[in-house]
Design a protein around this ligand. Sequence first.
Ligand code: ATP
Length: 577
Amino acid sequence: MTFPELSGYLDRLESTTSRNDLVKTLAELYTKTSPDEIQPLTYLIQGRLVPFFEPVEIGLGEKLVVAAIAQAFGTPLDDVAKLFGRVGDLGLVAAQLAGHGSSSALPVTEVHARLMDIAGAAGAGSVEKKRSLFAALLKHADSASAKHLVRIALGRLRLGIGDPTVLDALSFARKGDRSLRPVLEAAYNRVSDLGLIARTFWAGGEPEVNALEVTVGRPIRSQLAERLPNPEAVIKKLGPVAVQPKYDGIRVQIHKSGEVVRVFSRNLEDYTRMFSELTAAARGLTDDTLILDGEAIAYSKELEEYLPFQLTASRRRQHGIEQAARELPLVAFVFDILYRNGRDLTDLPYEERLALVDEVIAGSTVLLPAPIIKTDSVEVLTKTLLDYISQGLEGVVVKRPDSKYQAGARNFNWVKLKRHTSGELSDTVDLVLLGYYFGKGKRAEFGVGALLAGVYDAENDRFATITKLGTGLSDAEWRQIHERADTLQVDQRPARVDSILVPDVWLKPEVVVEVMADEITPSPRHTAGKVGDEPGFALRFPRVVSFRGADKRAEDATTVHEIAELFRQQRERKQPA
Ligand code: ATP
């Protein structure tokens, strides 16, 4: 497949307004690719060169791209800059200037390899090198190709293709339906690399995909926790449980292979360099290969005190990493082990895994074992919860002692219990901003009146609306939202957004906010949980509590499934059996 052919598909995908068409178009594109092409192509359609967990960046900023465009098309730099000022999108600028060029159709694999060369250029003279390599690539591109090349280079090719959409499309391309999605998804949960899944599926079919194993160096998708309202509900539903503190820090998955250690975040980013003290501590462990799961948190050993989340979060930075590590060192409370010396441990019962954790990290002062208390008593659970809260922890996570580690799953093998248990909704939810309405009066100054927010429908890879948001934000935060919204604004409803309401401005689903509400009510106006003529769900008296930073992608927001479960729990509390 040539890059111009791919660009034609990217154009089609960009203008699609229905998620079904997204899957079908992508499936059609896949049917035209060979096993060699499918891997790079899968990264490219998500605007990347490698899987999410590999820290490879093309490293071309706007200024360099402007210079490369000027060089490629022999246009004076000033003219390019002026055009950019008028059009506001460098992709469109490149498309305009490339318009007349004769296109030489490079294969997708070649374009990918050249972009990798650009990403790999480092050291003295690398800026020059990146610019001229990119200019050379643009020079012979046709208009659509130039547009997409520029967007990929700037990290702005966001067609809104979520991971489940890619999996559906792969299944569709081979089978004509979604029936292989579970097989592909299970493999994805083990290896977190869509390109690898695609190539394996294309070359070896279902059996080879099933044979993809947990591997050190590739993050496993994190197991997540369900919610229950109180200790009674927990013991009733789970019986005997292993109770652990819920640390309010940052999830880390630590991979060790000999001297090589890598640390991954919950959404698959590479934190190896950022959390260097954890990396060093893992390197010192005696086992040859390991995968550990835990929570990194700033902890004062002198005071024996857990520090607030904001302090831990301040360690997520790109600059001044060493100084920050000295001033505010982290520890990691390790609560799971998934792999040891060549053996996948995810099928072992939790209790056995935790016993191995103690053995593996014994003696470390940075990697510390998360304690457990085993109980089937509501009193003991309640007391433990209150005790941990008084120590400054968030609450508890209870786990089924005999459960496997289910990669990527959110189920009742793990349940979180937090502090607020009195209100109707016992926990906050994370919502994705989908659009906004122009304000009247004071808020109009900030350009945003109310926000339309939604939850994630993980099954169908869509975003469904659940509420409008108008309160809880300071003036400064409204202004901040308006600024973010400016860069996310789109002309039409994104294909993955499902909404009855039509806001004044649609947004690409990217910003996640934490919201508290009084209760969940049925509503015919919202699409979250809506099936046929049945009403969906809405939030009553929602208020924004905080912006979620980089730790949550839109796909990590609260799901429709969780809302339905919270609604069920709320109804049970109102009408005790
Ligand atoms: P929240 O926003 O409530 O922290 P979340 O949406 O980030 O939750 P959940 O799956 O709901 O994620 O809650 C589990 C998270 O709690 C884990 O991802 C992990 O970061 C954190 N955590 C803290 N302590 C533990 C523990 N002992 N066991 C498991 N997870 C823990």
